[in-house]
Design a protein around this ligand. Sequence first.
Ligand SMILES: *[C@@H]1O[C@H](CO)[C@@H](O)[C@H](O)[C@H]1NC(C)=O
Ligand SMILES: *[C@@H]1O[C@H](CO)[C@@H](O)[C@H](O)[C@H]1NC(C)=O
Ligand SMILES: *[C@@H]1O[C@H](CO)[C@@H](O)[C@H](O)[C@H]1NC(C)=O
Ligand SMILES: *[C@@H]1O[C@H](CO)[C@@H](O)[C@H](O)[C@H]1NC(C)=O
Ligand SMILES: *[C@@H]1O[C@H](CO)[C@@H](O)[C@H](O)[C@H]1NC(C)=O
Ligand SMILES: *[C@@H]1O[C@H](CO)[C@@H](O)[C@H](O)[C@H]1NC(C)=O
Ligand SMILES: *[C@@H]1O[C@H](CO)[C@@H](O)[C@H](O)[C@H]1NC(C)=O
Ligand SMILES: *[C@@H]1O[C@H](CO)[C@@H](O)[C@H](O)[C@H]1NC(C)=O
Ligand SMILES: *[C@@H]1O[C@H](CO)[C@@H](O)[C@H](O)[C@H]1NC(C)=O
Ligand SMILES: *[C@@H]1O[C@H](CO)[C@@H](O)[C@H](O)[C@H]1NC(C)=O
Length: 556
Amino acid sequence: MPKFIYSFVLLILYLCLQAFVSSDAQLTEFRSIDCGATSSYEDAELGFKWETDDNYTKTGITRKMEGQDLPKQLYSYRFFTSRRNKHCYVLPVTTDTTYLLRVRLFPGSGGSSSIDLPVDFNATFNNNLFFSYSAVTDTDRVDVTYESLFHSFEREEIYLCLLPGSKGTPFINSVELRGLPDTSYIVTRNPGEFPQFMVLGDRLNMGPKPGGNSFFRYPDDDFDRFWQPAVPPRFPSFATIDESSFIENLTFFTYTPASGAGDGYNWPPNRTVIDAWVGPQLAFTIPRSRVDTDKLYASFYIAEIRPEVNITAWGVYEDFTYAVDDTSYSYSIGDRRAYTLPLNEVVLKDPKIIHVNVSHVSSSSVDGVILNGFEYYYLYDFNISATYSIDEKALDGLQESFGLQDWQGDPCFPVAWDWLTCDTEASRIQKLKLSHMNLSGPIPENISNLVELTEIYLDNNSLEGSIPESLASLPKLQILALDNNKLTGEIPPGLQNRRGFTFTGNPGLSGAGSGATAQAPGSQPPKSAAVRTIRRTDILLLGMVLWASLFLQVSI
Ligand SMILES: *[C@@H]1O[C@H](CO)[C@@H](O)[C@H](O)[C@H]1NC(C)=O
Ligand SMILES: *[C@@H]1O[C@H](CO)[C@@H](O)[C@H](O)[C@H]1NC(C)=O
Ligand SMILES: *[C@@H]1O[C@H](CO)[C@@H](O)[C@H](O)[C@H]1NC(C)=O
Ligand SMILES: *[C@@H]1O[C@H](CO)[C@@H](O)[C@H](O)[C@H]1NC(C)=O
Ligand SMILES: *[C@@H]1O[C@H](CO)[C@@H](O)[C@H](O)[C@H]1NC(C)=O
Ligand SMILES: *[C@@H]1O[C@H](CO)[C@@H](O)[C@H](O)[C@H]1NC(C)=O
Ligand SMILES: *[C@@H]1O[C@H](CO)[C@@H](O)[C@H](O)[C@H]1NC(C)=O
Ligand SMILES: *[C@@H]1O[C@H](CO)[C@@H](O)[C@H](O)[C@H]1NC(C)=O
Ligand SMILES: *[C@@H]1O[C@H](CO)[C@@H](O)[C@H](O)[C@H]1NC(C)=O
Ligand SMILES: *[C@@H]1O[C@H](CO)[C@@H](O)[C@H](O)[C@H]1NC(C)=O
């Protein structure tokens, strides 16, 4: 067995000056949302326009905190005290675009306007788990950032939902969407395979000068990715090199990969490639934060910025089993290049720790290897489950009619709205559980478009008007509870005398089961029901009801 395996040589992409410049031109949309802010503002440091979240969510309470050490948007938040299965943001996106989605959380430093601990909740992007958040003690009162990447395909909006856990109230401080060039992170599209939802593990800049704040984002990175400095004590103290003038003399290369097309360029920013770790073996470990997937994606950003090197061959080993055999890898001044090595689907040897080791393939090399930047992601097959569109449209009409528009996100996924039960296999609505919801107005016809409904509970509301006849056409309906409302008119014949259909407590309603002793003439009881003869008193009562309703209408 060879010590290392030249398993899948994917591709080498040479990036250069021109590539960096062209990335500027592709800068697409940036959307920055300060959750809980009372007005929009421009970020003095970055020049971003921060919007309030008012247009994107309809529930929750906003609050401001004191403080100035962190970015302004972290000192306001929206939190969700009402007990719901989920609280969603609906965010507009452009179709067929790759996005970075970033959420930042800061529960406050413990003052009266801070979030109470403990708190735990999950966040989902459409039907994918984005992150699980938990803060227990005051040491957890720090700001945390979550990043993911996805492709919008034909979607024009996406759902970011917070799912309450067992403790506390979910909250959110900021949401950022960054459009990326379509050559980057192509695994989000994965032509011919499952597109991937990517959750960031780490994004690291190797070799920054010690001291100072060496974290960076926009404008150093056109796409506003967050780059963390890879420094001790978290990482070994490797020798570093800083060649800020490197960019000036970068030579342009183009390279068409023979295999593995589709990995794309991930465009490392200038600041990532101008400094680096150098040494005979650049080996480090990273704790694995997510264990619910076996698929990882890593990008090594390698730019040869040393004036002159002589490397016979180099490779990247350990978990990211990968090697590039680039014999005669020898440069002179002015002949420098940068390239990314995106890798797919790494299976880890250790379930808890990721081992990374960049070193020579050949011991005959004179100079050490180099690593300028590194990032890795956890990959998930993009879960496309969504409520069947006809059902979703019917629900739209029903929500509008009942004033339930503050229920947002997909009706069934990842968890159903509290007043729905879904058949998740078929993505259809099965039960409407709207008892005691203070609903008023008429029962909308749209309900009848939910053809898979088996149970409808609309009892104990203030519904008015007549019962839509179309309800009788629902083929699977077993329970229809309309008790204790203000419904009027005749119960449609097709709904009368059916087991599980209840109408009592609607004084203005007539027909079998209305609770009144009247039964409409000519009503057709279902075949199974015993045929009853119409008594004189029934007709008399019906007449009185009709007369009374006529009188009421005239007097209004
Ligand atoms: C909400 O959206 C509307 C229409 O796009 C816009 O006019 C308005 O300024 C937005 N409100 C906020 C608070 O961003
Ligand atoms: C949150 O996600 C975790 C997995 O990280 C899962 O075990 C848990 O059930 C989820 N909780 C909720 C409320 O969705
Ligand atoms: C870049 O190239 C110019 C012209 O060839 C040269 O004078 C300069 O020293 C080079 N800079 C670096 C950092 O190599
Ligand atoms: C990267 O460096 C090149 C060459 O100096 C420059 O043209 C480009 O604007 C730089 N990009 C950024 C984002 O600074
Ligand atoms: C690079 O190293 C090899 C092996 O030590 C040597 O044969 C070769 O001459 C060196 N090339 C340069 C340009 O230093
Ligand atoms: C890194 O890989 C090289 C080449 O396979 C090996 O010699 C070295 O022991 C590895 N280092 C660590 C820390 O695993
Ligand atoms: C997508 O989510 C649904 C329901 O949450 C689940 O049943 C299904 O297995 C998931 N599909 C994939 C590909 O993960
Ligand atoms: C729902 O039904 C009402 C009539 O009851 C109709 O006016 C409305 O357009 C429908 N809405 C949808 C989304 O189908
Ligand atoms: C019920 O709805 C009415 C208006 O439709 C509103 O005035 C009232 O406050 C609501 N009651 C509750 C308990 O939500
Ligand atoms: C509806 O109201 C009736 C009478 O007030 C009550 O007995 C019943 O429990 C209520 N049902 C629901 C689901 O609220």
